[in-house]
Every structure is written in structure tokens, then in C-alpha cells.
Design a binder for this molecule. Structure first.
Ligand code: GLP
Length: 243
């Protein structure tokens, strides 16, 4: 666990990603990144964009997989996670078109799409660095409390609390927040080789406390990360205030 201010956290997370991208490129192979949405990773993406422009960090050939997606938004809705990641990162750097994969919430056969997504991650060689945020209730991606710690990519129902938290992205209108989503499972996320979790602000302090110090439990899904061999938790003073 590293405690720092927002800028330090963004730099440290970007360091992990940059190191992996450059190391893979140096041996002629492709890095595979796991991308998260939510507000926590935004400064990390800004830092990666800066390094792209100023330090020649290239994402050409890097493959990326997103964590989750709402169900029920139009394809062109700016709040869909696919469009958010496009706007916050992908369109600002040099990913090769088609190398950034998202969950297809418009698929006719959702379970088949989820299975195909799992297989695509495996076919890519697995995720090297997975960026994560954490919900105030301890969810990672959209694995809400009660999620199986071994879960795979699937459809989930959002809790009232998460919908209320995310209403800020929907003009404060909780009724506009989708009720369902697709999400990588906790078991899927646990297969990434390095997890980098960013948590900012006091509202995350209980979740961070449980993540780091609590017993592993489906009641706090993020606690499963305690079983992962390589996790970096980057938190600000507020998020660290109950450690
Ligand atoms: C959202 C996302 C998660 C994210 C979390 C925290 O619901 N599905 O991937 O980590 O909630 O979001 P934020 O960083 O905006 O607080």
C-alpha cells in the first residue's frame, strides 16, 4: 500500500503501465492492459497521455480489455464505458484500432458474448497490468457484494448504492442509471499478473480498510485481492484514513 497525493498516485500507476508496455515492446511482444472507468483512474490516463506526447510512450500494438459496461445505453451514449474510455484515453494516444476490447452489452446472446470475452483475454496471453478502482461498498469492476470470489464475466444487477454513487455521471438522476451491467468476474480479474488499485477520498476509506485489513469475504468483494501475489494499492490520505 502506498499513500500519496493524487499526482503521485497517477505517476506511480503510470510507471507500472509504462514499464510493462516498454518491456514488452523491447522484446517484440505486446503488452496487455486492463482498463478501468470511474473517476479514480482519470489522472492516470492524463499522465499516460502526457507521456505519450512528451516522452514517446507508444500504445501501438498494445492490447487492452475493459472491465465492465452498462446494459441499456445507446451505442453512442457518451456515458457508456466504451465511449468514456475512448474519450479519456484511447482517442488521445495511438492504440491500434480494434485492439481495445469492451464488453458488448448489445450482444444478442449475452452469456456467449461473456464467454467469448474470457477467451479473448486468454488468447491475448492474459492481462499484464490491470488498473482497478474500488466502490464505496468494496466492489471491483461491477462485482457487487455477494459476488462469487471465483466469478467470471457475466451479467450483474447494480445495487441501489452503486447506482446512487454513479448518478453523478447521469446529471444526478439515479433513475437514468442503468440497472444492469456486464462485468469481468473476480476470478477473471484475479488472473491478471499485476493489479494496480487506485482509491481516492474518504468515501473509500471503509472499503480500503476492508481490502487491506479485513477478512476475505464476499461482503467486501475487493478483499479477494488479498489472495493475489502482486497487488499495488495506491491511496490518498482520505482513502487511507481508516488503515
Ligand atoms: C464504478 C465502476 C468501477 C469503479 C468504481 C469506483 O461503478 N464500475 O470500475 O472502480 O465504481 O468509481 P469511482 O472511481 O468513480 O469512484
Amino acid at each position: 500500500v502506498v499513500i500519496g497525493d493524487g499526482a503521485e498516485i497517477a505517476r506511480l500507476a503510470a510507471d507500472v503501465i509504462e514499464e510493462r508496455v516498454r518491456a514488452r515492446a523491447a522484446i517484440g511482444s505486446r503488452a496487455v492492459l486492463g482498463l478501468a472507468t470511474g473517476s479514480s483512474p482519470l489522472a492516470v490516463y492524463d499522465e499516460l497521455v502526457r507521456r505519450h506526447h512528451e516522452e514517446g510512450l507508444s500504445f501501438a500494438g498494445v492490447e487492452a480489455f475493459m472491465l465492465d459496461e452498462y446494459i441499456g445505453l445507446e451505442e453512442d451514449d457518451p456515458r457508456s464505458y466504451r465511449n468514456v474510455i475512448e474519450q479519456e484515453l484511447v482517442s488521445r494516444v495511438d492504440f491500434t484500432p480494434g485492439d481495445v476490447h469492451g464488453l458488448d452489452s448489445h450482444a444478442e446472446d449475452i452469456p456467449a458474448a461473456c464467454t467469448a470475452y474470457e477467451m479473448a483475454i486468454v488468447a491475448a496471453g492474459g492481462v499484464d497490468v490491470q488498473l482497478l478502482g474500488i466502490g464505496a461498498d468494496g466492489h471491483v469492476a461491477f462485482n457487487e457484494p455477494g459476488s462469487s470470489l471465483a466469478s467470471r464475466t457475466r451479467l450483474k444487477t447494480l445495487t441501489a448504492g452503486t447506482r446512487a454513487d454513479n448518478a453523478r455521471f447521469f446529471d444526478g438522476d439515479v433513475d437514468a442509471v442503468p440497472r444492469h451491467c456486464l462485468t469481468q468476474g473476480l476470478g477473471t480479474i484475479m488472473q491478471a499478473r499485476h493489479l494496480v488499485l487506485v482509491a481516492l477520498g474518504r468515501a473509500k476509506s471503509e472499503a480500503v480498510h476492508q481490502l487491506v485489513e479485513g477478512p476475505v469475504s464476499v461482503l467486501w468483494p475487493a478483499t479477494v485481492l488479498q489472495h493475489h501475489p502482486h497487488v499495488t494499492v495506491l491511496v490518498d490520505e482520505g482513502a487511507a484514513s481508516r488503515l
